[in-house]
Every structure is written in structure tokens, then in C-alpha cells.
Write a new protein. Structure first.
Lengths: 452, 452
């Protein structure tokens, strides 16, 4: 059974901006028949003026003040080496693969230790696990819009071909992605993902970026994995695309006296409030399989009175023992979250580890017993750690599209397994609450969130 | 009166890594005499092996795997235009100046509205106001290390010349900075700041970056103002440089049984825990002088039962009336902070405004009645809004070096003035707690924090 949405295709190349609102059509896909039809509200069709967005189309003035061309040049060619799906660049070496569900999968990422003369493992496997996108309109026609962009649509299935020189610099190399369609036929996504070198923010820092652009319906996710020479890895998602809009009678803010669950962004057009939560699966193997999560807190301490100084903060380190203690909402107490290898020490006796630098610490605001939230219970925390289990890959469950919430990261971690000095998986959610602004219409300026 | 620190200059070009610990020397600058000398502890001099960092020096192998050269090319030249200190690029136009205390000062930043055919003001004036850097070692010799890098040292006074091609791309242009030294003689900082175009993260997005690098003692602040074509402004600080270290008897972590207020990063070397808080002065004039701060909260709401959906979040907007309500710690409740012009509306009736996108929401953990915290009371919140007052520019007071805490952002805002629909100043603090890691020694990998 699927709910079919209607859009009027005339008047704009942008089909998303002319929704035919107020009709619900339920189709039984097995019977290929409409089983329910409800025409519950008559609403105008948005005019969709100025919503042209294709570069090929004729766009009319006025135009913004142009900038001159700019490009990256590598006179001696790129620094990366490719051997099949194996990529090496600077001190990094890793495997990059395409997966129909996860999209880009990075595995066996290791960094060369020039002093020891060998590679040391950092990440066994990392990829997007699930995304939850609930819309905040509880009315007929919208209440069920609580998408799982991974498990229901597929990040790899939704990947689009990258355009050389536009989505990436001239020296970029591209990989195709392959998958089997619903009839078993092979499908190729040309230039489905790529690797590219880019100059980033500070000084002459150069890093390697792997990019995949995923278009799920009206939304674009620009997903990047950046490998830095310092040894850090940065994972980013840029959100762009077209706001999901609802038709309305209103043409001006001052006419609106009720809650319409969004922002009036154009005549007869409400862009609906919503969230994006993206959960990453990060099977870290820092310098070996057995790792631990260490919560490093800063606590205000009082001085002993020997000096005029009354206070300072001191460091309290706590190795997290089990799954329930590893469930965390960030943004409250000051802390560092570090994944360490307790079995490997530096010459000075410090434990080898990587710190998680999160951004945009949002969690779901839906009630726990609301059905969509029950299915997306993995959005209640930003950090989770589980012992490696090959059947636990998809935070919203293996069969996310039909999930009743009984096979999720939340239910697995309820068994509260031991995670100290084990082969552990770090799950990290980045997310943001989106109250649309008028400038998000018709195309949203890219907003970036991520982790390092 | 100044406290003089001793460093042993032999054995490394890096003077900061060989502190002569355990001696306090107080000098009366008027009398040019030592007025206090205390030799309270005998500690070894760190050996400072491998702390060479100058490019010109002979650095020995092993070396990391190299990457090939990469550069930015603009075949038709840069897109910016310079007229004195006035810069225009794409739709942006603004004035950039050098100030001995604030460093880089951006003023009169306006963006061209192609539909109206005129520039619209965004920022009247913006710059760094103050930085507070408290070290977390309360003992003799360290307790007073609670620096005000702006008011005590001067961001402009500490600016260093930028190196073409290294600190910035080939098409960059440079400005000199000028100031009067303590004898009234003019001093020129060559290439003190610059403007540069750079490709940033996503797609073929090009933006204009103004950079100034500030070196205060051992620490480097790489400060950037980035103007985007979307109309947003991004302000960033990259922290790098050399960790402030303390000598110790210890050579291995396992020997340490007491709190040494830092991390053993090399033999006989403790890198001390500390914070960096940078407060920006942002006199926004969005489409006119009169602006308001609007706190836009997301609140969980319960549905009326017409559909199976039980909950959603709804938007509650609250215009902040006075200074005390505008003092905010971020990272708790989900909200958007928006500076609006309540007198200007879009065609749809939405108020014109800019949203503050903060990062790294840290606040000081020192006790309120601790003397350094009393002087740095402006570090207790990340957001403050004041009505414009020409004498209120420096968050730590005009005479920050001799401040007793009676002329600060905190004391001004205690008068709780009205800030609704006024010419207001937004003060925003970015900051981070730094527990040094062994890889921060001898030179810290750049960590970036900022706001948009």
C-alpha cells in the first residue's frame, strides 16, 4: 500500500512547488488498484512564479553581480593512487565502495606511521546508516510524512551522477556505482562518486575529499568524507534542494491566524517545518580491534588557597562500560568523547585514540510513544556505542520501510552489552531542525553539518 | 609591575618548549627593577627533542608521504575591486580597516539587491572585541595566567605578515597595517591582512575571505571573515601554534599520581589545560538601524487526534525585550536566534533578518567570585545584545589590562536596557576547552571554530 501524491507539472520545471493538496490516494501495489480516495479539502494550486532552477533553461534578468572563473590546478597531476577500489593519498590508504543502500562505504582506512614504517588502522568500516526526516504537520495528507531516506529509498539508489568541473575540481577521478534494479537488471550510475583533492580553509592545507550526492525526492544531500594530513577524518553533509511545500489559501503572513506548521514562502505556498537526522555507522578499529569509549569531562575544582586563584577545571576520565551509559545527548555538560585503544600507548604513556568532534547536536522532539518516533527511536541520542555484531548495520532496522520499531539501534542497545575494550561500533547522529525561511524557496542555500 | 617568565633558548628554535620553571620574578617597569624574586621549586629543563618547526631549518627524516603541488588559478584575474579600503566583490561591498587593538575591522557591509537595484546594509561594524585565555593550573607561577589577548596584547599589534602563496592563494591582494608604537613612531605590518577568493566546500561555491593571522606569544589565531554569495557571512578562528608547557620531573604517564593540570606531551613537559574564549562585536544594521533579537523556539506539541500522529514541534517566536533576557548560554533548548528588522517585510510579510549559526558553545567554568573570572565575566554567556553605545566596544573593558571587572559587557548589561527595535549590537562568544593531546606537541593541528 502506498500513498500517492499529486503534483501539477505545468507552469514550472520544478514539480515539487505545485502540489495538488487536499487529496489522499491509497494504492494497493499488489492489486494495482486505488483502494482509498479522499478529497477532503479544496486548496489553490501555487502559481510557482520564478521557480525555474535548471541551468539549461532560459533564466531572465535581473542577475546577481558575476564573479570571474576560478579553478584548481595540479601541474604534476593528482597525488592519489587508485588500484581497483583501493585509494591511497598522502599517508592515508583505504577502500571505497558503492552500496545500493548505504551509498559510499569507506573501509580499511589506515594511516602510515612514518616512524614505525607501517600502516596503522583507524576505521574498519564507515557509512551512512539511516536518515529520519519527519515533517511537523500532523494533519490529513501530511501526518505520515516521516521518511527513512536510507531504509525506504536507499542512499546508493538515490545517488546521482556528478558533473566534472561543477561538483568537483578538474583533477577529480570518478567511480561508477552499480546495483540491481527491482527486476534484477544491472544499473550503472555514471560518476556516482568520486575522489578529489581540495584546498581547505586554513593555510596551505590540502586534503582528500570523497563525495556522493544523494537526491531523495525533493531533497539533496551532498555527502563528503574528508581525509586530512593531520590524521583526522571529517564527515559532512550539505543539505540543499527544494523545500517540501503545501498549498494554502493564504498569500500574506498577516492573513494567517492559525498554526500552518511552516512558513509562507510564496503565494499559496507553505514550506513545512521538518527535521533531518543522519546516523553514521563508524566501526572504528583504532590501532587494533579492541577499543573503548572514554568520556573526558571538565569539572570545576576549588583551589587549596596557596595562591589567590580560587578555581580551575580538572579532567575526569571515565571509560564507558556498557551500551546504556554510552547513549548520549550532546551539548549539555562540557566533555570530550574519545575512542581509545587501551592496549596501545605512546612513549609518554598516553593512550592512542581519536576524539569525536560533533556538530549540530539536535535530537528528535516527537513524543516517545508517537508511532513514527517509535520506529525512529535511534534519533533520541546523538551517540551510541555497540559491540560489533554483523547483523546490526541499519539504525532503523534491516526492513526499515515496514519497521514497527522492534529492530533498531535502540532495541539492540537495551540489552546493555559490555563495550569496554571490545571491537566496538560508534554510531553518531548529526541533525538539524529546519524552520524554513523565505530564502529557502525555491532552492535552499546549502547548510552543512558534520563531525570530525 | 610585570611577572617575567624565563625560557632557555638553546637546543631548540622553539623557545616556548624549554620553560625555566619554579622561579617567579616580578619587575617594576617604572623603577626598572626586580622587586620580587622567588625560587620555589627546582624542576628539570625539558630536552625539547624534535621541536624544530621552522621551514628554513634542516628537518631530518622520516618524512610523511608527500603530495604534489596544487594551486588556484583565475585566468581573468580576481573578481574583487579595491578602492582605498573599500572592497566590492560579487554582490557584497564593505570597508576593511586595520585597528591596533581589534585587528581586522569590517564596516558598512552591504549586499546588492538585484531586484531593487540598490545595496542593503547588513553590518555596520564587526570585529574581535576580546579574548580570554585562562590556564587551569592554580599553583604559584601559573595561577595568574589568565590572559586577555585583545586588551592586554592587542590583536592588531600581534598581527603578523602573511606569506603570499602560503597563507593565501595566488590571486590574493594584501593590505599593510599601520600603528603607532609606544614611542609614537609609526610601524607598518606588511601584508598585515588580505583578501582572497577561495573555493569552499560545496559545489562550485566561491566566496571571498579576509584573513588576519594573530600571534599572541605562543598561540596563533587564524582569523577569517568569509562573505558568501548566498548573503551569509561566516566568521572563523583557527587555533594553532605552540602549547604553553610547564616543566615537570615526570617522563611517563604512569609515574604521575597527582593532578598536574595538563597532559604529559613529552619528557619533562606538561601541556597545561586551558580555554580560549573569543568575543565578537557585531553591530548589525539589517536593512536599517533598528533591529530586534528574536528567539525562535521549537516546542513539542500534541496533535488533536484527527490523525494517527500524536506529536510534532511548533514554532514559538519571542522578541527579546531587554539586555538580561538576551544573555544566553547556547546548546540547551533547541532554538534559532534571529536578528530581524521588524520594520521591513518581504512581499509575503516575513520579517527581514539574519540567523546566528553558532559553533562550539563553551562557557567559562571558573567560579564567579574568582578574580580572573570577575574580570572576564563576559565569558559566562555566548550571546549578549546591547543598545548601541559608542563607549561600549571592548567586552573586558577599555583598560582591560588593569581591569577590576567594573567596566565589562556584564556590568553594562546589568542596567537591563531596552533592546527591541533599536540600533543594537550582538556580542557573540566562540570558545573551546582545550585538554591538550600528545599530538598537540610541539605544534597544534589547527582547530577551527566560528559562527555564521
Amino acid at each position: 500500500m502506498v500513498s500517492v501524491l499529486g503534483f501539477y507539472k505545468d507552469g514550472s520545471v520544478n514539480i515539487w512547488v505545485r502540489p495538488i493538496e487536499g487529496i489522499t490516494v491509497i494504492v494497493d501495489l499488489d492489486k494495482v488498484a486505488v483502494v482509498e480516495y479522499s478529497d477532503y479539502e479544496v486548496l489553490p494550486l501555487p502559481k510557482a512564479m520564478g521557480t525555474e532552477y535548471q541551468a539549461a533553461s532560459e533564466i531572465k534578468p535581473p542577475f546577481p553581480i558575476p564573479v570571474k572563473p576560478i579553478t584548481l590546478v595540479q601541474p604534476d597531476g593528482p597525488s592519489f593512487k587508485i588500484n581497483g577500489q583501493q585509494i591511497s593519498w598522502a599517508d592515508w590508504s583505504f577502500h571505497a565502495a558503492f552500496d545500493v543502500r548505504a551509498g559510499l562505504v569507506i573501509s580499511m582506512a589506515s594511516i602510515f606511521d612514518m616512524n614505525k614504517g607501517k600502516y596503522r588502522r583507524v576505521l574498519y568500516k564507515g557509512h551512512l546508516s539511516e536518515a529520519f526526516v519527519p515533517y511537523m504537520d500532523p494533519t490529513e495528507g501530511w501526518y505520515y510524512k516521516t521518511y527513512f531516506d536510507g531504509g525506504e529509498f536507499g542512499f546508493g539508489l538515490s545517488a546521482v551522477s556528478l558533473q566534472p568541473q561543477k561538483d568537483c575540481p578538474p583533477s577529480a577521478a570518478f567511480f561508477d556505482g552499480h546495483y540491481a534494479d527491482q527486476y534484477g537488471n544491472p544499473v550503472r550510475i555514471e560518476n556516482g562518486f568520486l575522489r578529489v583533492r581540495t584546498i581547505v580553509e586554513v593555510r596551505k592545507e590540502v586534503s582528500l575529499v570523497l563525495r556522493m550526492v544523494i537526491v531523495v525526492g525533493n531533497y539533496d544531500y551532498i555527502t563528503d568524507w574528508e581525509f586530512k594530513r593531520s590524521g583526522s577524518i571529517k564527515v559532512r553533509v550539505g543539505l540543499s534542494g527544494i523545500i517540501e511545500a503545501r498549498a494554502t489559501h493564504y498569500t500574506h503572513e498577516e492573513q494567517i491566524k492559525e498554526d500552518l506548521y511552516g512558513t509562507l514562502v510564496a503565494e499559496n505556498t507553505i514550506a513545512t517545518n521538518h527535521d533531518h537526522y543522519l546516523t553514521y555507522y563508524l566501526d572504528l578499529d583504532i590501532d587494533g580491534e579492541e577499543n573503548s569509549l572514554v568520556k573526558t569531562k571538565m569539572k570545576t575544582a576549588t583551589s587549596n588557597g596557596d595562591t589567590p586563584r580560587k578555581s580551575y577545571w580538572t579532567v575526569v576520565r571515565e571509560t564507558v562500560k556498557n551500551e546504556l551509559d554510552a547513549r548520549m545527548k550532546l551539548g549539555g555538560e562540557p566533555d570530550y568523547l574519545v575512542i581509545t585503544n587501551p592496549n596501545k600507548m605512546t612513549k609518554m604513556g598516553n593512550k592512542v585514540g581519536y576524539r569525536l568532534l560533533p556538530s549540530s547536536p539536535s535530537t528528535s522532539l516527537l513524543l516517545n510513544d508517537d508511532y513514527p518516533q517509535f520506529r525512529a527511536s535511534f534519533t533520541k541520542y546523538q551517540v551510541w556505542v555497540t559491540p560489533y555484531n554483523r547483523s546490526e548495520v541499519w539504525a532503523g532496522g534491516l526492513y526499515a520501510d515496514r519497521s514497527h520499531g522492534d529492530d533498531t539501534l535502540y532495541t539492540w542497545t537495551n540489552s546493555n552489552r559490555d563495550i569496554e575494550n571490545k571491537d566496538i561500533v560508534l554510531w553518531h547522529m548529526v541533525g538539524f531542525h529546519h524552520i524554513p525561511a523565505q530564502e529557502d524557496f525555491p532552492i535552499m542555500p546549502t547548510q552543512v553539518m558534520g563531525l570530525s
